[in-house]
Structures are given as structure tokens and as C-alpha cells.
Design a protein around this ligand. Structure first.
Ligand code: NAD
Length: 357
């Protein structure tokens, strides 16, 4: 089934992922600009220029439920005709496969039909080879019972044996054990772990999967604006990890472009209440902030990222590489929070009657 881009109607399932609207706003927050809530603005798939990924195979690394960006990307790639295989973090594989089997996930595709995940691999992207796995992980029951050898090199080898090649690699995973800590309170291990799990994991995946990627293939990762602007609360070295991921996108675009003829891009996505984001603790505030202050003051859906990913993986974007594409309703372009309380205060000052003395 090929997906088409253009104008016209929103062919997106009603079960899209977004946080439930809040009952009220924080006390004291000024309301200078209210989000424009337009029904039916999720225009992502319709008749028009086709995105046809028929015959392509995509590995999405970092899917464990239907709430995050990885699943939305998998659905859009599938809607465009790609065959989908998934790499799921070892501790989450069993529950993910059970949810899939029991129809607990939203598998509906834009334009109709359901996603068919060809195979789920257990993966821990923080280890390249079996020699990297530390004793405490080897002793962990969930790792001992893993359905397959789970380091990146081993998963790449299994994919080669099972399918031969892939065309699309999506890195949709991140993990910072001290993400709730200010950078100043982050330990060396916590910082290095954030970078290892969230940035080097992409280098590792490309290093081991590049040799089995077909020429003309595409790689995508997911980044966040905290890489280039300070977002207080996104700590533990996660902002540094995203900065590394974005810088690596350029270097890997060059190296993988020359070596295998593939593209490497990253999508800087706006806030979404995924499982990972909810664990950080302030995702609701980030969503409110975006909806009030972005140039397009409206909700961002995981589908908005899914459709851009499908475009970046398609022949339509075959000359786009080394790029960071913002899919955030434009929030990255703003230098002023239009709902800032200080703006209201200054406005009130202006309204004060002038002294007659
Ligand atoms: P998510 O919970 O759906 O995805 C994160 C995934 O990473 C999970 O499936 C988790 O199991 C997996 N994971 C963690 N450590 C792993 C490891 N060592 N090996 C393999 N898998 C591992 O959450 P999400 O927010 O959709 O995150 C996907 C990507 O999007 C991440 O890179 C995240 O930083 C990025 N992103 C998210 C937001 C947001 O607001 N949610 C915004 C911008 C960018």
C-alpha cells in the first residue's frame, strides 16, 4: 500500500497519540496567545504526490508500545508499503510481543489496513558485542531469558541471516539514567551512560547495519531542541547526548554516504507524552508551552513525525542528507515566549495612568 502526500482530507486514525487536555492552566500564567484548536488539521496523507516504499525493508530500533515516535514512524513507513521489523529493548520485549499478539496496540494505518510487524528482535543498543555486556546485565533474569542474542552486532547478523538486507534504519531510542538531575548534579557515569545509550547507539547501529543496507537507503534518528537551547529539567547529560547525535548526523551522512550511498538525517521532534517522556516528569508543561508559544499553536501528534519520516526515507528526499529537520510546529524558531508572564506585567505597566504631577 503506497501513501500519498498532498492537501485534502486527514486520513489519520482517531486513536492518535496525544496527552489529554489539562483542566486548567497554572495559576498566574498569563494568557496572551491562546492555542488555535482547529478540528481536522492532521493533514498528513491524501491523494497527490506518492510516497512508495514498496519492496523496502525498515528496521525501527526503539519500539516497545504504541505511544511513542517509533511506532508512528513504523506505521507511516508501513502505510507507504515498507516491510517492518522492530528492535525492542530487552526488558520490554516480552510485554511488547504479548501486546501485539493480543491486539492491545493501535495497529491501524493511515489510509486503512493494519501494520504487520514481520519480526521483533530483542536489542540492547548500548552494547556492540557480547564482550561489552557487563556481569550484572548477564546475571539479570530478563537478559538471561532474552529471545535472541541482543547486542547490536549480533542483531545485525541475525537480520542478515533472516532477511539479507534492509533499506531503512530508524533510531528511536534514548535513555539517561540521571535525566532528572541538573547537569551540575550529574555523575560521570550517568552522563556517559546517556551518551552511550542515546547517541553512540546510533553510531553502533549504523556501523553494524550499514554493510547490509542497500544503496539509496535512509537512516533517521530523533533529537530534541534541548541540544541547542537550554531546556531546564532535561538533564543527566541528555541535552549533551542530543547535541552529539545531531553533530554525528553530519559526519555519518558524509561517511555513510561515501561508503554505502545512503542518507543520514535527524528529526528534531516537539514534545510528545510517550512512555520515555512521561518518566522525565514535566512533559505536560512542555506540551502546554509548545501549544501556547509555537508559530502553529496547536497540538503535535506522533503522526506528524511519522509522515515526515516517511518522506525522508522516500525517493522524494534522496538528495537530503546530514540535515536536522524540525517537526515541532515551528517552536524552534521562536526567541520569545509569547505567553510569558513578564510580557503581561509590562503591558499592565503601560496601561497604568500617567501621573498628572
Ligand atoms: P519511547 O518510550 O516510545 O521510545 C524510547 C524507546 O527506547 C523505548 O522503546 C525504550 O524501550 C527504548 N530503549 C531505551 N534504552 C534502550 C536500549 N539500550 N536499547 C534499545 N532500546 C532502548 O519514547 P519516545 O519519546 O517516542 O522516544 C523516541 C525518540 O524520540 C528518542 O530518541 C527521544 O529522545 C526522541 N524524542 C522524544 C520527544 C518527546 O517529547 N517524546 C521529543 C523529541 C525527541
Amino acid at each position: 500500500m503506497a501513501m500519498a502526500m498532498g492537501s485534502a482530507s486527514a486520513a489519520v486514525p482517531a486513536t492518535c497519540v496525544r496527552r489529554a487536555p489539562r483542566a486548567g492552566r497554572r495559576a498566574g500564567a498569563s494568557v496572551r496567545a491562546s492555542p488555535v484548536r482547529r478540528a481536522g488539521t492532521r493533514v498528513v496523507a491524501s491523494a497527490g504526490l506518492p510516497i512508495d516504499l514498496t519492496g523496502k525493508r525498515a528496521l525501527i530500533a526503539g519500539v516497545a508500545d504504541d505511544q511513542g515516535y517509533g511506532w508512528a514512524i513504523a506505521k507511516y513507513l508501513a502505510a507507504a508499503g515498507a516491510e517492518i521489523i522492530v528492535g525492542t529493548w530487552v526488558p520490554a520485549v516480552s510485554i511488547f510481543e504479548t501486546s501485539l499478539r493480543r491486539d492491545k496496540l493501535d495497529t491501524s494505518l493511515p489510509g486503512g489496513g493494519n501494520i504487520d510487524v514481520k519480526k521483533v528482535y530483542a536489542l540492547d543498543a548500548s552494547f556492540c558485542t557480547p564482550e561489552d555486556v557487563p556481569q550484572d546485565v548477564l546475571d539479570n533474569k530478563r537478559y538471561q531469558g532474552a529471545k535472541n542474542p541482543y547486542t547490536v552486532s549480533e542483531v545485525a547478523e541475525q537480520i542478515k541471516q533472516d532477511f539479507g538486507t534492509i533499506d531503512i534504519l530508524v533510531h528511536s531510542l534514548a535513555n539517561g539514567p540521571e535525566v532528572k538531575n541538573n547537569l551540575l548534579d550529574t555523575s560521570r557515569n550517568g552522563y556517559l551512560s546517556a551518551v552511550s545509550n542515546s547517541s553512540y547507539s546510533f553510531v553502533s547501529l549504523l556501523r553494524y547495519l550499514g554493510p547490509i543496507m542497500n544503496e539509496g537507503g535512509s537512516c533517521i534518528s530523533l533529537t530534541y531542541i534541548a541540544s541547542e537551547r537550554c531546556i531546564p529539567g532535561y538533564g543527566g547529560g541528555m541535552s549533551s547526548a542530543k547535541a552529539a547525535l545531531e553533530s554525528d548526523t553530519k559526519v555519518l551522512a558524509y561517511e555513510a554516504g561515501r561508503k554505502w550511498g545512503i542518507t543520514v538525517n535527524t528529526i528534531s521532534a516537539g514534545p510528545l507524552a510517550s512512555r520515555a517522556a512521561r518518566s522525565i516528569g514535566f512533559i505536560g508543561d512542555m506540551i502546554d508551552y509548545s501549544e501556547f508559544n509555537a508559530p502553529l499553536p496547536r497540538p503535535l501528534y506522533s503522526e506528524n513525525v511519522g509522515s515526515v519520516a516517511a518522506f525522508l526515507c522516500s525517493p522524494l528526499a534522496s538528495s537530503v542528507t546530514g540535515t536536522c529537520m524540525y517537526v515541532d510546529n515551528g517552536l524552534h524558531a521562536m526567541g520569545l515566549a509569547s505567553d510569558s508572564m513578564s510580557l503581561t506585567m509590562n503591558q499592565d505597566k503601560l496601561k497604568e495612568p500617567k501621573s498628572t504631577e
